[in-house]
Design a protein around this ligand. Structure first.
Ligand code: ADQ
Length: 468
């Protein structure tokens, strides 16, 4: 079985968020089964592409309306990744020092067309095309409708929704850039009077998945305008929970963290990582350390954080550390807070992969007050590193974190995204921290929870098999 994943991100090549983690792990775990899995992604100008050498497999031009762009399909000269990655190199559009920006419409249109054009030329075609998020949302449509891809239209296309908030909307002036199709079928591209790639994917993909079962249920109620569409397509929709790459996220071998540890050495291991963090960020090591890692956007409840932190820190019995970037207003509020709660609070505004690993390892609690959380990987990383997640019960968080009130519980859950609710959860976490023996035992329990990809990789294969 040959599967080709098509995505804008893939760890370790280019990562903005969780999409990269999933596309960087799922093919690897599929390849351990009976699958030959590879990835097609854009060739960006970043550290990974600068530090490695590539060779061209294929050269051509991609047509985008009136314009023609030369492009190459590149592969790594030395295959240092766990699965083949094919890079679409379009110098003037994709080869930038960013992944997403204002000019995404043309960039990802060209990416999708170039990827499909190249697939047309292959002797051995994939058995399944697996697309991720709206950046690849026109592929299911083009595979089904564009005349030039007729020879690909028997290949089942699967779309995975990692985040339905962003849908890739584009005005109709871009229509002529989509390879020719029967205009009677234009409705497949449309949602509310505009071209909506995610909607087109939901209509045309053979199967639609979300990254957790609860998120699929939630999208039927609220999906940034697509709820009715998802409900209508419910018979081909399924939620499959993400896993985590336990080779990358393993406190025993993680090269980023200050001291490695396993269940039996969790106390000293976490202590060393916490000490490092507290020294680095001028925090009091003796207090429970609450952290937040992530994109500072509304979906993550980020704009509430400055006020919540301010209030939670009044009692001076906890420390808080934040790593993230996003809305500029929230960033500046978080930065100003540094001058108020000196010694108990700090933040790093930006992106830092190594620091994120040390925070998972050195924190006592990880906060995730998300409004929307399709799956969430942070809570699974934190569990693996013995850090108790404090989460809003939504989407994948609901599927992966059980509250300590439950007999088999191990995390702290709250139902609302309100200040009161989040502050109450923090208070409950503080109480839990004081029950020293239970708290320490719980660390060992959560480190052993199996959230690895093995089960989910199989679930995707069962899904592919159910199509044929
Ligand atoms: N400033 C920073 N510095 C370093 N690392 C940072 C960082 N900000 C975020 N990260 C890292 O990015 C990843 C975030 O993953 P998530 O799954 O939690 O969120 P995201 O919303 O990006 O993903 C979307 O897709 C994924 C994958 O399907 C879903 O789990 C999720 O719910 C959905 O919103 C983690 O690896 C985290 O450590």
């Amino acid at each position: 079985m040959r599967v080709i994943h098509i995505s804008a991100e893939c760890y370790p090549v280019a990562k903005i968020g969780g999409l990269a983690d999933v596309v960087g792990a799922l093919p690897k775990y599929q390849n351990k089964l009976v699958v030959d899995s590879a990835v097609i992604m854009p060739f960006y100008n970043n550290k990974f592409t600068q530090n490695n050498t590539f060779k061209a497999l294929y050269e051509s031009t991609v047509k985008l309306g009136e314009n023609q762009y030369p492009y190459e399909v590149l592969v790594l000269k030395d295959n240092i990744l766990d699965f083949p990655v094919y890079f679409i190199h379009i110098e003037s559009l994709l080869y930038k020092d960013y992944v997403y920006s204002e000019d995404d419409t043309d960039r990802f249109l060209a990416f999708q067309i170039a990827a499909m054009d190249w697939l047309l030329t292959l002797d051995k075609k994939p058995d399944f095309i697996h697309c991720h998020d709206h950046h690849t949302g026109l592929i299911p449509f083009m595979a089904q409708e564009s005349f030039k891809y007729e020879s690909l239209n028997k290949i089942p296309v699967i779309t995975t929704i990692h985040n339905a908030q962003y849908q890739g909307w584009m005005p109709y002036e871009h229509l002529s850039k989509i390879p020719e199709f029967n205009l009677d079928h234009i409705g497949l591209l449309d949602w509310n009077g505009t071209i909506n790639p995610l909607a087109a994917a939901i209509k045309c993909a053979w199967r639609v998945t979300t990254v957790s079962p609860s998120y699929m249920e939630e999208l039927m109620q609220s999906a940034n305008g697509l709820e009715a569409l998802l409900s209508a397509e419910r018979q081909k929709a399924i939620g499959i929970l993400n896993g985590i790459d336990t080779d990358v996220w393993n406190p025993e071998t993680d090269e980023y963290i200050v001291k490695n540890y396993k269940t039996s050495s969790v106390l000293s291991g976490k202590k060393a990582n916490k000490s490092w963090l507290c020294k680095e960020f001028n925090l009091d090591e003796s207090k429970p350390l609450f952290s937040f890692i992530g994109r500072l956007v509304g979906e993550k409840g980020a704009e509430l954080l400055p006020s919540i932190f301010y209030k939670a820190l009044q009692s001076k019995d906890i420390s808080i550390l934040l790593l993230g970037s996003g809305m500029s207003q929230t960033e500046s509020e978080l930065l100003s807070l540094k001058n108020i709660h000196i010694g108990n609070y700090n933040c790093f505004i930006g992106y830092d992969e190594r620091l994120s690993h040390i925070i998972y390892a050195g924190s006592d609690f990880l906060l995730m007050p998300s409004r929307v959380e399709p799956c969430g990987l942070n809570q699974m990383y934190s569990l693996r590193y013995g850090t108790v997640p404090v989460v809003r019960s939504v989407g994948g968080l609901k599927d992966t974190v059980v509250d300590i009130k439950d007999k088999v519980g191990y995390g702290i859950c709250h139902n609302d995204v309100s200040e009161t609710s989040i502050l109450e959860a923090i208070d409950r976490a503080k109480e839990f921290y004081k029950q020293e023996t239970e708290f320490k035992n719980n660390r060992k329990v959560i480190m052993n929870i199996d959230n690895s990809w093995e089960v989910s990789a199989k679930a995707y294969i069962n899904l592919y098999n159910s199509i044929t």
